[in-house]
Design a protein around this ligand. Structure first.
Ligand code: 13P
Length: 253
């Protein structure tokens, strides 16, 4: 039996957004959410760090949560340019994305480092969104399940629960390209992830949210969100405006 899991639609703004337009967009989103009698999903925006505090102030008390895009593993110290999970909590974040493929590729982050960051997120009392995904070359060699299996084992710390952890499957080749796996491909990968989570975390693994990410947009959200074991989306480009993001949220309302 497939457990009923409350979906999460998360927007990852990456390095995009300036204050006045950003405030306008999140306020529109919060207003739309406030008009829903009983929304069937949670909504999250992860803006660049300078926008965390103003966006949080703008949506406080609404149904839109704010999250960070990355954190350092330590709580504080001599790490110029970095931000700790505790600081993100202090800024009003509920979630922190860790291990995004752009961090893994551009900053050489290993799964071991991702795991330490996820531990830091848990230590701060926040929810970690842990990203995994294969490259196009790995997919072409038929290594998808092996690659994501290893990333999952190595990136998820002990003590993951359905409350403190979300797993996001983002095939690297689908990010920002307009390409998406077929619904059948997503189903196969998510079933494999679910099986591994269940074996390792038992009932918590059954209830843990599994997001799909990579070129999700209004036109494909219904199909992707209907796939078994897909409990929401991690959205890049289409999360930057309320007009583009709303149809994706609606797919889970
Ligand atoms: P796009 O939705 O722009 O493909 O980005 C996906 C992503 O990387 C979200 O974290």
């Amino acid at each position: 039996m497939v457990a009923k899991v409350r979906p999460l639609i998360a927007g990852n703004w990456k390095m995009n957004g300036l204050k006045s337009a950003a405030l306008r967009e999140v306020k529109k989103l919060a207003t739309r959410m406030s008009k829903e009698k009983k929304p069937g999903c949670d909504v999250l925006i992860c803006p660049p760090a300078p926008l965390l505090a103003p966006l949080r102030a703008a949506v406080k008390g609404s149904r839109v949560a704010i999250g960070g895009q990355d954190c350092h593993a330590a709580a504080s110290g001599a790490h110029t340019g970095n931000i700790s999970a505790e600081m993100l909590k202090d800024a009003g974040c509920g979630y922190v994305i860790v291990g995004h493929s752009e961090r893994r590729a551009d900053h050489g982050e290993s799964s071991k480092e991702v795991r330490a960051k996820a531990e830091a997120v848990h230590r701060a009392g926040l929810r970690a969104i842990i990203c995994i995904g294969e490259t196009g070359a790995e997919r072409n060699k038929g290594q998808t399940l092996a690659v994501i299996g290893k990333q999952l084992t190595d990136s998820l710390p002990k003590g993951c629960t359905a409350k403190n952890t979300v797993v996001a499957y983002e095939p690297v080749w689908a990010i920002g390209t307009g390409l998406t796996p077929t619904a059948g491909d997503v189903a196969a990968v998510h079933a494999s992830i679910r099986g591994r989570l269940k074996r390792r975390f038992k009932d918590e693994g059954v209830k843990m949210r599994l997001l799909y990410g990579g070129s999700v947009k209004g036109s494909n959200a219904d199909e992707l969100m209907a796939v078994e074991n897909v409990n929401g989306a991690l959205v890049g480009g289409a999360s930057l405006t309320a007009a583009d993001f709303w149809p994706i949220v609606k797919a889970c309302l």
